[in-house]
Design a protein around this ligand. Sequence first.
Ligand SMILES: [Zn+2]
Length: 441
Amino acid sequence: MSFQPCLLSKRAALVEIKERQLELLRHHLDYLQRCSPYYQRLFAASGFTPDQMTDLDQLQALPLTGKSELAKFNRDFLAVGEDEVVDICVTSGTTGEPVTLWQTETDLQRLAENERQAFVAAGITRHQRVLIGAALDRGFMAGLAYFLGLREIGATIIRAGSSSLGFLAEMLQRQRPDVLVGVPSLFLALARHLQHSGTDSTRLGIDKLICIGEPVRNPDLSLSPLGRSLAEHWSAQVLGTYASTETATAFADCEQGYGGHLLPELALLEIIDEGGNLLGSGQVGEVVVTPLGVTGAPLLRYRTGDMAVRFDQPCACGRQTPRLGPILGRREQMLKCRGTSLFPATIAHALHSMAAIQGHYIEVYPQHDFADEVKVVVGCTDPTLTAEQVSARIAALTRVKLAVTICSPAEIMRKTVHPDRRKPVTFFDYRPAHQQQKESL
Ligand SMILES: [Zn+2]
């Protein structure tokens, strides 16, 4: 058996896309019913049978699957015999215990097709030399997906990995890639590393950066300060792509750089509110993905825990598919202030654009039932900068005025840097429901 996508045309109309998705969803549900012990149990308990699915809107009535279920019943998600498994992925486990995902031969073909479509949308051709600055080992899916997708396109692949700036710099200078794929902060550090050693990173002939893992766009889809900084450091176009190991499907910027397009034959996208209700275009909610055509560890309505906005307007590239805005933060880190939702990462973005600010942390306390009390503490070297000015800068980006306290960068370091943590802890959540979920940004 091989993976055979239906290949809707790039300009397929929405009605055609939805018809095809319904057909693929029915096939997927039928597969879950026949092969997935976890979903067999779930369907039996609710009395659901796949032939009841006659409209895509009925998807919302089906159960969601979260990371905790995937971890707790991990082996029940394996839907093939052990002999069918050709690759094992493990998720990073940053927000919970690590889980295993099993890939069959057709899953690898699907993964290749997924990444082929994503790279083609970004304008990658067989004539390009693409450096992958992501790991292909340690059970990661991402690096493998990029490799397989680029191989489908026929581009020249330079597997530089992400562990050594020195090695990356050497590969850049010797192998002369024109496209870089990897984490934006790594490529910013690489540009600075090159500049320190006397190499002008803007003159290395890089055309495009395909950024993974961290958003490079603002909520309005313009480039974020990080995205702009990358574009300047490399004199290159900056595009973003979002995916998770569990969902094995990319949402990639096309060349217009206007949000990550859904690949409609490979996944269904929903944005839901806290109550599980479907949200419309432009509303902030949790990203829920149903990857279609996966056979090893197939999932239904997987809650990613990532918060974003979906855009339904057609894109200038001609595609009618919905697009996903930048990931705004994790669900458990969402703050509620004066009627709007806000994420620590957005506050951090505003602070990063102020040169005098060196380090910060955010504290959140329960205020009353529907609002949080948020305090922002910043380290500052400029005695003329006032808390009011910092608050105004945050408000310009978030439309919410927050209490700001200014202290010395050394005080920020003492509070945020811990020898046993890889990254500084900049978010302190004192809301009762969040005590067990304190996460660093
Ligand atoms: Zn587009």
